[in-house]
Design a protein around this ligand. Structure first.
Ligand code: ABU
Length: 371
């Protein structure tokens, strides 16, 4: 049955079928959390974020919200239904019997927390202590979907304990250096241990029957095994990107645009031995265009490769950040209509156009692209 804006239905099997309903995050009350093991490992040694924490300046929150609101309006004008989270008080400390952190993170970006697979939205375990309660920002929407869609499966992965046993102390020096980090990434030695299943939803890409999951700082092998057991009708593939010294979240590294075509970050190429399923099935893996910027904006966790963190609206239309002219040009040459979105001043709140959204409904069914 065709999608209708008057009826809530949760369904999305991949990253590219026509988008009808989406969640766009908010910058409300976003905090730079205090130091904690997994978060420190992601912050480059020379980053302006080192040693900082506390509520982000109000003018930056207001500016990010302005851009996120504009993006939501742009999507609405194209006929996409857009929902927004309800911010909790992120200044509150998070305390469990196992850990304490003096503040939380925010309700950006939803893609890290919510994984939509078919009729299910799964709340990820998360791997930062400051993000342990982040799912609460989305619970009003989950309750609404539950009430309105009788086929919606609302699931939550087991909450991790996040004791010190979850983190390798080797990563806690602020003077590791990029060379050492690259060596550790190549050896698949990450800040998180195999103490218990851990995953962020943004480490997962959906290709119909196949889920492609990055093993890195925010997702460990037990997390991937948990996903495999949780989705028994899917094939779950583990991937690594050895060129990334700070490997979190797959969506500034590997970007499927439509069946048969993926952009790959040229500094983080998928290793030959992991390309088989794509090559056997005639998929092309192209180097993404270079970012337009040499540095991320101030107080930003992410790399300049948010240039390729695009939101595909349908197999012929893609949202690209307005200043990312090289990425837009590449999309144009690939035959995609480019929708320019001004979002750079919101990057510091947790990412780009893919990060700041979470799918609720896309057309299409669960196809097997890798028979
Ligand atoms: N959340 C995507 C960030 C990845 C990167 O910093 O490249």
């Amino acid at each position: 049955m065709a999608w209708s804006p008057d009826k809530t239905e949760v369904k999305s099997w991949n990253e590219w079928d026509t988008l009808r309903h989406v969640i766009v995050g908010r910058a409300d009350d976003c905090h730079i959390p205090p130091e904690e093991p997994a978060l420190e490992a992601k912050v480059p040694e020379d980053s302006d974020m080192r040693g900082q924490w506390g509520r982000r300046p109000q003018e930056t929150i207001d500016r990010a919200n302005e851009l996120l609101d504009n993006f939501a309006d742009q999507l609405r004008k194209r006929g996409v239904r857009v929902d927004r989270p309800t911010s909790i008080d992120h200044s509150q400390p998070a305390t469990t019997p196992d850990f304490h952190t003096d503040s939380q993170f925010g309700c950006m970006p939803p893609r890290d927390v919510l994984l939509t697979v078919g009729h299910e939205i799964l709340e990820a375990t998360m791997s930062y202590r400051c993000r342990w309660f982040e799912y609460l920002n989305y619970r009003p929407l989950m309750q609404q979907y539950w009430d309105e869609d009788p086929n919606f499966r609302h699931e939550a992965a087991p909450k991790p304990r996040l004791t010190d046993a979850d983190y390798h102390p080797d990563y806690l020096s602020d003077k590791i250096g990029v060379e050492k980090r690259l060596q550790w990434t190549a050896e698949k030695f990450f800040v998180t241990t195999e103490e218990e299943p851990l995953f962020d939803a943004a480490d997962v890409l959906r290709f119909g029957r196949d889920l492609v999951v990055q093993h890195g700082f925010t997702t460990n092998l037990k997390g991937i095994e948990w996903l495999r057991r949780h989705f028994p009708d899917h094939r779950v593939h583990t991937v690594n990107f050895p060129g990334d010294p700070y490997p979190i979240h797959i969506d500034a590294t590997f970007t499927p645009l439509r069946p048969g075509l993926i952009l790959n970050n040229p500094q983080r190429r998928l290793p030959e031995e992991q390309r088989g399923m794509f090559e056997r099935n005639g998929w092309e893996i192209l180097d993404a265009a270079q970012p337009a910027h040499n540095t991320p904006p101030p107080l930003c966790y992410s790399s300049t490769w948010l240039s390729m963190n695009v939101l595909v609206l349908d197999p012929k239309t893609v949202c690209v950040e307005k200043s990312e002219v090289y990425q837009a040009e590449q999309m144009d040459k690939l035959g995609m209509e480019v929708v320019e979105v001004d979002l750079r001043d919101a990057y510091a709140f947790g990412g780009g156009l893919h990060c700041c959204t979470a799918d609720v409904y896309r057309d299409g069914d669960c196809e097997d692209y890798f028979p």
